[in-house]
Design a protein around this ligand. Structure first.
Ligand SMILES: [Zn+2]
Ligand SMILES: [Zn+2]
Length: 58
């Protein structure tokens, strides 16, 4: 029952600030580089190889 991911906005993995719905290559709050999950579009740090949200390999 993990399919219920709705329109919950992703948060910056560094400062936990909510990100805009349109992902940027960096956080607008703290300015750090972020990547976007290829599967669910959530924000990841550049060193995260597996999405903590959906578990997809990057
Ligand atoms: Zn941030
Ligand atoms: Zn994901």
């Amino acid at each position: 029952m993990d399919q219920g991911i709705d329109s919950k906005p992703c948060a910056c993995p560094y400062c936990d600030e909510e990100l805009e719905s349109k992902p940027l290559p960096f956080c607008s709050a703290c300015g750090k580089e972020i990547r976007v999950c290829v599967s669910c579009g959530c924000a990841l740090t550049p060193v995260q190889n597996i999405c903590p949200s959906c578990g997809a390999k990057q």
